[in-house]
Write a protein that binds this ligand. Structure first.
Ligand SMILES: NC(=O)c1ccc[n+]([C@@H]2O[C@H](COP(=O)([O-])OP(=O)(O)OC[C@H]3O[C@@H](n4cnc5c(N)ncnc54)[C@H](OP(=O)(O)O)[C@@H]3O)[C@@H](O)[C@H]2O)c1
Length: 341
């Protein structure tokens, strides 16, 4: 019987690329996608993907679809509690073990809550193997922790029936394949803030470092996990050890701001911790600007390396930065010094 995969967020930047990857690599799988509104070209692009209608608050729809799946791949919102609860409930209704892959993010290990790090290099690089116990016991209030906690608790309680993996990408770049969104979040929001401030910016000395991954490299982690799940879990870690970073490189905010400035034909500028904290205020999430531009978030994808031989093969950030900046400027209709992209 064909393995049954249920995927959410399949029109977005990450989830859309995951859906496209699985469909193309494994036409033999039986894939069902949750859609809250169907893109015009969905049925034509994915004629063999079944659609269930609903959103992340449609608990019954999610639960039923999960109960019929061998592998659930949940993307689209790393912070939504009712959807993960419904997917866990549904997975546990199945009479065989279900694999549940959840998209989280390395906001979890960022040092944004301590403003003394803004623009300073934090020497800690987190390993998803060596630091696994610290990662899975992060304090409440860290980004994404409230949902990770639900998954880890369910994995501990139902380990034989529910095999979980939390995929935790750093900042992502590169064109996605989602039918509705092909853009990562970082460059559009950075350009919008640059437009307000007038120049690409960093906090204080700008020495804070964040990790990055190309979306196509990230797909190798998803493929490794989905293929392992289909094979009964062989060759991967699940449950309380099933935590996967995906970083392939790390860069300081100052270097990034200077490179973006060169593309825009200007120079980068230092701003204070207070000013950086005021960026991204429109999102209504306290200290989001500090997290995005002032904090350190450095990770190593040791577990994917150990299990899948994971290493970078897509272009590095600097190789594609100009196209990334131009694409974000076009998306946001931003022009600099009269120059449109
Ligand atoms: N991009 C990054 O660099 C990055 C890195 C690490 C972690 N993350 C996290 O990954 C998550 C997804 O990011 P993304 O960039 O892929 O987002 P995205 O492009 O906005 O995609 C979101 C997807 O989820 C679907 N969705 C959202 N809310 C929904 C709801 N209530 N019901 C049903 N479907 C819903 C969207 O469907 P529609 O098409 O119908 O809107 C879309 O398919 C976010 O939580 C983000 O914090 C992102």
């Amino acid at each position: 019987m064909a393995p049954k995969i249920f995927i959410t967020g399949g029109t977005g930047y990450i989830g859309g690329t995951v859906l496209d990857t699985i469909v193309k690599k494994h036409p033999e799988y039986e894939i069902t996608a949750l859609l809250r509104s169907e893109p015009e070209d969905f049925a034509k692009t994915y004629p063999n993907v079944k659609v269930v209608r609903g959103d992340y608050d449609s608990a019954d729809v999610l639960s039923e679809a999960a109960s019929k799946a061998d592998v659930v791949v949940h993307n689209g919102n790393s912070d939504h509690v009712p959807s993960i609860k419904a997917l866990i409930d549904g997975s546990l209704k199945s009479d065989k073990p279900t694999f549940l892959l959840h998209l989280s993010g390395t906001g979890l290990i960022a040092d944004w809550r301590d403003p003394s790090w803004v623009g300073k290099l934090n020497p800690k690089t987190w390993s998803d193997v060596d630091d696994i116990r610290e990662i899975t016991t992060r304090p409440d209030g860290e980004l994404h922790r409230h949902v990770d906690k639900i998954i880890l608790a369910a994995a501990q309680q139902h380990g034989e029936k529910l095999k979980t993996a939390i995929i935790c990408p750093p900042d992502i770049y590169g064109p996605g394949r989602g039918l509705k969104n092909k853009h990562t979040v970082y460059f559009p929001v950075f350009l919008k803030e640059i437009e307000k401030i007038g120049r690409p910016f960093y906090g204080n000395e700008g020495e804070n470092v964040r990790s990055w991954v190309h979306i196509e490299d990230l797909m190798k982690v998803y493929r490794g996990l989905v293929e392992s799940a289909v094979a009964g879990g062989e060759g991967a870690d699940w449950g309380v050890d099933g935590y996967y970073f995906a970083a392939t490189q790390s860069h300081s905010q100052r270097f990034l701001a200077e490179r973006v400035a060169a593309i825009l034909g200007t120079t980068a500028t230092s701003i204070s911790s207070e000013e950086i904290d005021k960026t991204m205020a429109a999102f209504g999430v306290p200290h989001l600007g500090t997290y995005m531009f002032g904090a350190n978030s450095r990770s190593k994808a040791d577990r994917a390396g150990k299990n899948f031989g994971y290493e970078a093969s897509a272009p590095g950030l600097w190789e594609v930065l100009e196209e990334e900046v131009r694409a974000a400027a076009r998306l946001e209709r931003i022009s600099f010094q009269g120059h449109t992209f």
